[in-house]
Design a protein around this ligand. Sequence first.
Ligand SMILES: Nc1ncnc2c1ncn2[C@@H]1O[C@H](COP(=O)(O)OP(=O)(O)OP(=O)(O)O)[C@@H](O)[C@H]1O
Ligand SMILES: [Mg+2]
Length: 333
Amino acid sequence: MNPMEPLRFLSPDRAFDVGARLGEIRTFLQERLIGADALVERLLIGLVADGHVLLEGAPGLAKTRAVKLLASASNLTFARIQCTPDLMPADITGTSIWRQDKSVFEFSAGPIFHSLLLVDEINRAPPKVQSALLEAMAERQATIAGATHALPDPFMTVATQNPIEHEGTFPLPEAQLDRFMLHVELALPDAATERLILDLVEREDQGAAVAPPEALQPEEIAGARQAARSVFLSAAIKDYIVRLVTAPRDASIAPELAAKIAHPSSPRGTLALAAGAKARAFLDGRDYVAPQDVTELAVDVLSHRTILGWRALAEGETPRGVIRAYLDAVPPA
Ligand SMILES: Nc1ncnc2c1ncn2[C@@H]1O[C@H](COP(=O)(O)OP(=O)(O)OP(=O)(O)O)[C@@H](O)[C@H]1O
Ligand SMILES: [Mg+2]
């Protein structure tokens, strides 16, 4: 980066330069994560909209790989926490260590002080650790031995959860789930995709992988965030977002769907959907939000904030299915 051009990415008419750089990074990630375009898009939306992402999927679906690639492509410091039931808050936040030679306590920062934090199997962490993570994610600070420390900016958490293991887990409380902007569900690849993965990993093992583009600089991330925030969101689309998020609160709109929901999304869902839709438009090279930005993201933004009633759960309903049905019941215009 030329230090003589510090404002380059902050000027609105150059916003699409940042867009082009993000396009490069997106292509690189898509080439290295086969059949995972939606995952790549969601991770970049999280980065650009300053949101945390919860990934749900079986082991071996390239979750760790995706986050490591994002870290390498965005020049962010990276740390990974593997959660276990005996993890202590100090293991993630850090601790004060007595320095005999200097006769002082010195703060030794934990993994949470990295810009991109991968929290593997977050639902295996005990509640005290989950609560320390919640403070970090929501307030971007960590309190250690009574002293409050600011986290780096950007600070993005990508947490993973394995849907098939329930024993020995601590399900995330709703307030914790609400801190994630997006909840992404990963599916097993089909045979053709699986074959491409095999070819790719073989090429990598032979040292023939494509070279990564120049990593994003902090000012490029800041510029992308500013450009995404200023994407135009029309009154009609704002109304659409609000109608969608508030529909479950009004039993007259789709009575059979509303009956399935015990707790609908809070206004955090509205704000996350608006910010996510703007980021999606920006990544798509548009300076305005289109209805499909909202429609495409609604399930990932709202499903983890929507708590179903016991009867719906007993009938095998899922929040994702119910939100999908709401998308049909509440059309864009
Ligand atoms: N879509 C994909 N594109 C490229 N490589 C893939 C893909 N899916 C799986 N792999 C390969 O599968 C292996 C497992 O990936 P990774 O370790 O990232 O999985 P994970 O989701 O983090 O698993 P776990 O939940 O067990 O930690 C890696 O070698 C990775 O290269
Ligand atoms: Mg992993």
